[in-house]
Design a protein around this ligand. Structure first.
Ligand code: GSH
Length: 236
C-alpha cells in the first residue's frame, strides 16, 4: 500500500484518453502527485528509459508508486488510486460492496476490451491511411459502422438503466474511463463522432453530467483546446 514517504508519479500526455482518466481521478481527490508529461508524438514512450521504468510496457499512462512498484494499464491504475486514496474521493467512486464493485469492474473491462478498440478503429485507419490498399474505403466504412454501433449501445444501455451514471446515480471510475474514451468520437467528422442529442439523447445527457464534474470538465476543456493540433497530427 501507499506509504506516506512514497511520491506518486504519473507519466501521461493530454492527448491520451486513458491518461486523462487518471488525471481526472487524481484531480477529483486533489491527490498530490508529480506530473511526468511524456512526449507521445515524439515516441518518447518507446525509448529505453521508459521500457526500463515500466518493465517493458510501452503505453501511457504509467503510475509509479515507489521505487519497487508501479502500474501499467489505466483500469488497474484507477482501481489502485480509488482504493489507496478512498478517503479523499467521493464515496462510491469504487464501491466496496462486492456486487457493486464487480459491476464497476465489468464496465471497466468493457471499456478496455470492447469500447476503446471499437471506437478507435476508424481513427487508427485515418492515421494509417494507405493509398495503395484497394480495400481501404471498405475497411473505413466497416470501422465507422462499428463505431456507430458502439456509441448506440452505450446510449441504449443508459436509457435502460435510467440512472444518472453507468452503474447508478453516483459517478464511478467506470464512468471516468468510458467518458474519456467516448471523447475520441468527437475527433473527426464521422456520423459516430457527432454529438447528436436527438440520435443519442442518453449518451449526450450523461456526457454533460460528466463535464459538469469540475475536475473532469477542466481536463476535458484542456483537451478540447489542443484538439485541432491532435487532428492535424493524426491526418498528416
Ligand atoms: N490498455 C492500455 C492502453 C493504453 C494505450 O494504448 N495508450 C496509448 C496512448 S493513448 C499508447 O501509449 N499507445 C502506444 C503507442 O501508440 O505506441 C491502458 O488502458 O492503459
Amino acid at each position: 500500500m501507499q506509504s506516506p514517504s512514497d511520491q506518486l508519479e504519473v507519466y501521461w500526455f493530454l492527448g491520451g484518453q486513458p491518461s486523462r482518466a487518471i488525471k481526472s481521478l487524481l484531480a477529483m481527490g486533489e491527490i498530490e502527485h508529480v506530473d511526468k508529461v511524456v512526449d507521445y508524438a515524439a515516441k518518447a514512450h518507446r525509448e529505453e528509459w521508459y521500457s526500463k521504468l515500466t518493465d517493458g510496457h510501452p503505453t501511457l499512462p504509467y503510475l509509479k508508486i515507489n521505487e519497487e512498484f508501479g502500474i501499467s494499464e489505466s483500469a488497474s491504475q484507477l482501481r489502485y488510486i480509488a482504493t489507496a486514496y478512498a478517503e479523499k474521493l467521493p464515496a462510491g467512486i469504487y464501491p466496496t460492496e462486492l456486487q457493486q464493485r464487480i459491476t464497476v469492474d465489468k464496465w471497466l473491462d468493457w471499456s478496455i476490451s470492447y469500447f476503446r478498440p471499437t471506437i478507435h478503429l476508424y481513427i487508427d485507419l485515418t492515421k494509417a491511411k494507405d493509398d495503395a490498399d484497394e480495400h481501404y474505403n471498405e475497411k473505413r466504412t466497416a470501422a465507422l459502422t462499428s463505431c456507430e454501433d458502439a456509441v448506440n449501445k452505450l446510449d441504449a444501455y443508459l436509457k435502460r438503466a435510467g440512472t444518472d451514471f453507468i452503474t447508478g446515480d453516483q459517478v464511478t471510475i467506470a464512468d471516468i474511463h468510458i467518458f474519456h474514451e467516448a471523447t475520441s468520437q468527437l475527433m473527426f467528422d464521422a456520423p459516430c463522432a457527432k454529438e447528436d442529442a436527438q440520435k443519442r439523447p442518453h449518451l449526450t445527457a450523461w456526457r454533460q453530467r460528466m463535464i459538469a464534474i469540475p475536475a473532469i470538465g477542466a481536463i476535458n476543456e484542456k483537451f478540447t483546446a489542443i484538439l485541432p493540433f491532435v487532428i492535424k497530427w493524426l491526418t498528416s
